[in-house]
Design a protein around this ligand. Structure first.
Ligand code: GZL
Length: 334
């Protein structure tokens, strides 16, 4: 889009020169429409720089696919996509690169909540609108971004806690918690929601809590440590399916039966998690919808048109027990 303005200015310059008799040679048409290699398409596309957290989980893979399947040239976008491998410095570097390239819009999922003001100030100074997807930032200045679109992670934690309180904690239960990435909005908020929903039930005791960084392998390693330290674990509350699936591996390696000897509650509802739920190895899953691509298309089109966009757009999430998972599995998109 910015390049289109440059072409128009160049065309105006040629017309002005011609009018002033600045040249006698017949001028090539100054628009890009005659340029080789489809540049005309480039000039009409909205250039979006997207910085993704990484590829740490099944949820992230589904989220990336939704972004890339929807921000296509056919839909009017030139998508520049980068994977930060769960490192904030890589995201900041990518955002600075997008600013230098003069993209039309920057969108990203901040791996952690804090430390974004400086680079978002740079984007604002460059006149490049920013859209937050999936995870939020804790900046006090909400003029640094156009909107946030994603789930309500506190509610997800509350939904998990309420199910545990009503269905498992009718007698004393000892809980171990596999937290998501330290400092990330989903880890902070899901922990808060679960604790607030179980605070008034004296039967719920969280005896250990540690980050598994949203990955299956780290979830397994942390669960192995919990099993070595505690022989009375009743429930695993994992902030995502992947860490819950890692915990299943550790529980089975210890000769115990997941879903029975040790219950498991997770968040995401990706296909592998839903299959484990259908198989009785996980007991309850709260969904976190990763399919944000279509909404992001709508938001960017509104931003480019100068239309008003709500500051916070919350995606609705469902929840599944074993019966609901068996019914839903055949139609799951991710
Ligand atoms: C939640 C998302 C989290 C998922 C994890 O919106 O940020 O990150 O719950 C993913 O699976 O790694």
């Amino acid at each position: 889009m910015r390049r289109k303005l440059a072409v128009a200015a160049a065309a105006m310059a040629v017309l002005t020169l011609a009018a002033c008799g600045g040249t006698t040679e017949p001028e090539e048409p100054a628009t890009e429409d005659v340029a080789e290699g489809g540049d005309a398409m480039e000039g009409d596309l909205v250039v979006v720089g997207f910085s993704q957290v990484g590829a740490e989980s099944g949820w992230r893979a589904a989220n990336t696919k939704s972004i890339q399947d929807n921000l296509t040239k056919e839909n009017g976008f030139d998508l520049k996509f980068s994977d930060a491998q769960q490192k904030q410095e890589n995201q900041i570097q990518a955002i600075r690169s997008y600013i230098a390239q003069g993209v039309d819009v920057i969108a990203f999922s901040p791996v952690v909540e804090s430390g974004w003001d400086a680079v978002l100030e740079e984007a604002k100074a460059a006149g490049i609108p920013v859209v937050l997807t999936d995870r939020a930032v804790d900046s006090q200045d909400d003029t640094l971004y156009e909107t946030f679109i994603g789930s309500d992670f506190v509610l997800e934690g509350e939904m998990a806690g309420e199910w545990v309180s009503e269905n498992l904690a009718t007698e004393p239960i000892k809980v171990v918690e596999l937290q998501g990435t330290t400092g990330s909005a989903p880890a902070i908020d899901r922990k808060e929601g679960f604790e607030s929903a179980t605070a008034d039930n004296p039967n719920v005791e969280i005896i250990a809590s540690q980050t598994g960084n949203f990955t299956r392998s780290e979830g397994k390693t942390v669960m192995e440590g919990f099993l070595q330290a505690h022989d009375d674990i009743d429930l695993v509350f994992a902030h995502n399916d992947d860490m819950g699936l890692g915990a299943i591996e550790a529980i089975e390696a210890a000769g115990l039966v997941p879903g029975e000897d040790i219950k498991i509650v997770t968040i995401d509802a990706v296909k592998d998690g839903m299959q484990a739920l259908a198989d009785g190895k996980i007991n309850y899953i709260v969904e976190c919808n990763p399919l944000l691509g279509p909404d992001l298309v709508d938001i960017i089109n509104k931003v480019m048109a100068g239309d008003e966009v709500e500051k916070r757009i919350v995606v609705k999430d469902l929840a599944f027990d074993q019966e609901a998972a068996i019914e839903a599995l055949p139609d799951r998109q991710y």
